[in-house]
Design a binder for this molecule. Structure first.
Ligand code: DAH
Length: 338
């Protein structure tokens, strides 16, 4: 009898060696262990046909065989499952950032731009989103800077051809706004501007500006001052002070340079404000009558003010950053801090 158990064991091992997948495994399991038709059940049925004295030994060897079969099938299945898992793991990208995924945020300059636009929207301004590729006419000519005007030198320009250029400031919004709206006009534009400047700690050939225009009957320098004060206190700090100094820009008359009290020393004098207590922040003025006329506004009836400011400069001051390049190199270690 033990001989036949040995044979069965060898048969089973041959079956086992052929298992390649789960279907084959199930087939072999049923072949050997199925309750009704399995080989082991079949052998057990033979028990009754045997002489009484042989039955215990046969029964025992069959039980051992069943345990052996169950044990080997169990091991084979476990090995197969581990192999399948390892195979699927090969498709897992272990360099992928883990869950939960880090959410990106808007660039600090974009956020500041949106903050500034929102202030103007809340004041009833129309936002002009203008192209960065601009015509010479809107960037210079209509702003009282005809060809060969010396003021053009201050804004060293990237030209595509004689007529097309990368805008050097957002002041072209003034002309577009006056051409497309009738007074009262309240217009604002923010965005990228370009100049042939070096790329160093304080310069960048691309930076951001906001430019503002108000045209109506009876607009005065007082309106300009009042609005600037509201704006600068909202952007910087409610306690900052502001002063206007005479300044020249061809498209305004009179023109002014605007300073705020130093936000680092509150006017006491420090390294940032070069001990003066003041920081120059923007250019402003009353819209030149010539500019009004060129844009089709009756300068005998209407007057206006305009001002323009560098957004990156505001970000640098607000966040105490000492190198403008940090905003454009887009090192996430820097950007993450905002
Ligand atoms: N566009 C000027 C610049 O880029 C800044 C400026 C000065 C804008 C006076 C204005 C203004 O609207 O009235 O340097």
């Amino acid at each position: 009898m033990s001989g036949s158990t040995e044979e069965l064991r060898r048969d089973f091992e041959q079956d086992l060696a052929q298992i390649e997948n789960l279907d084959a495994w199930k087939r072999i399991r049923d072949r050997w262990l199925a309750r009704e038709s399995g080989i082991i059940t079949g052998q057990m049925k033979r028990l009754r046909e045997l002489p009484k004295e042989e039955r215990p030994a046969f029964g025992q060897s069959m039980n051992l065989l069943r345990e052996f079969v169950e044990d080997r099938l169990g091991t084979t299945r476990a090995v197969m499952e581990r192999e399948a898992l390892e195979k699927s793991r090969r498709h897992i990208d272990v360099t992928r950032p883990g869950f939960p995924y880090a959410l990106g945020t808007l660039h600090p300059i974009t956020r500041l731009r949106q903050e500034i636009e929102l202030i103007f929207v809340s004041l009833g301004f129309t936002v002009f989103d203008l192209p960065e590729v601009e015509q010479d006419y809107y960037n210079f000519e209509a702003l009282n800077m005809p060809k060969n005007h010396p003021a053009r030198d201050a804004q060293d320009t990237f030209y595509f051809d004689e007529n097309l250029l990368l805008r050097t400031h957002c002041s072209s919004v003034q002309v577009h706004a006056m051409q497309s709206m009738k007074p009262p006009i309240r217009a604002v534009s923010t965005g990228k501007v370009y100049r042939r400047d070096p790329f160093d700690a304080t310069h960048s050939p691309m930076f951001h500006q906001v430019d503002v225009l108000v045209v109506d009957e009876g607009i005065t320098m007082g309106d300009l001052k009042g609005m600037l004060e509201v704006f600068l206190k909202r952007v910087f700090h409610p306690d900052i002070r502001m002063r206007l100094r005479p300044g020249f820009f061809p498209f305004v008359e009179p023109g002014a340079e605007v300073d705020i009290s130093c936000i680092f020393c509150f006017g006491a004098g420090c390294r940032i404000c070069k001990e003066s207590g003041w920081i120059e922040i923007l250019g402003a003025g009353m819209v030149h009558p010539k500019v009004l006329r060129m844009s089709g506004v009756d300068d005998t009836r209407y007057s206006g003010f305009a001002w323009g400011m560098g957004i990156d400069r505001v970000a640098i001051l607000k966040h105490g950053v000492d190198d403008i390049r940090l905003f454009f190199e887009n090192d996430v270690r820097f950007l993450k801090q905002f």
